[in-house]
Design a binder for this molecule. Structure first.
Ligand code: PRP
Length: 212
């Protein structure tokens, strides 16, 4: 597994605002959107391209466009939805598959409640979006779904990660698949109820409100 930690003052500034408990939902959503755009730049560094010809007002030259089959973006509901628009803005030809995963707060296991992924992902680059990589259970489950469908090149884009979550993803996929994780920051630890510390709380609740 390749890990890329964004090291940029704008990223640190926006993460600090996200952490602040007094940041309201509309501001939180904007910050998530802005952060994804910054992380997407790094996450798409190896996106596949094809050469093409382009006619300028002066001449014809060669350029590139995003290769086919189009990349697939997979936001993990709910919180990953907050990252979708920022990612599609940079990758407008990508298609989108949806995974609904809910972490059981007792067992910390990921429970799947929605799955709308294309059946055949052979040859497709996949970008999984989830702001929080805590125990890693949700991200591991999401990556397993796309590998089962034939994907071999998976990049996860997360905002906050715990060292424990990163180790879980690495231990699960090293030697099995080409998995990259791009994060804004790696926090100190998981607490005893599976929350990232210092963290930002529950990203889904802060984006969309409390459901239960
Ligand atoms: C949170 C978060 C991740 C997951 C991370 O989702 O958005 O998807 O938990 O935890 P893990 O790494 O330990 O699996 P949650 O279950 O709260 O659902 P939500 O996005 O609908 O709020």
């Amino acid at each position: 597994m390749r890990l890329h930690i964004a090291d940029h003052p704008l990223v640190h500034h926006k993460v600090t605002c996200l952490r602040d408990e007094s940041t309201d939902s509309p501001t939180f959503r904007s910050l998530v959107d802005e952060l994804v755009t910054l992380l997407a730049y790094e996450a798409t560094r190896h996106v596949r391209v094809e050469f093409c010809n382009v006619t300028t007002p002066l001449t014809t030259t060669t350029g590139v466009h995003i290769a086919k089959p189009a990349p697939l973006i997979v936001p993990i509901l709910r919180a990953g939805l907050g990252m979708l628009e920022g990612m599609t803005r940079l990758l407008p030809t990508a298609e989108v598959g949806f995974l609904g995963l809910r972490r059981d707060e007792e067992t910390l296991e990921a429970v799947t409640y929605a799955n709308r992924l294309p059946e055949d992902l052979r040859g497709r680059q996949v970008f999984v979006l989830d702001p929080m990589l805590a125990t890693g259970g949700s991200l591991v489950a999401a990556i397993e779904y796309v590998l089962e469908r034939g994907a071999t090149d998976v990049t996860a884009v997360c905002l906050l990660a715990s060292p424990e979550g990163i180790d879980h993803v690495r231990d699960t996929f090293d030697g099995r698949a080409d998995v990259s994780v791009v994060v804004a920051t790696v926090d100190e630890k998981l607490n005893d109820v599976g929350f990232i510390v210092p963290g930002l709380g529950d990203a889904g609740d802060r984006l969309y409100g409390v459901v239960d």
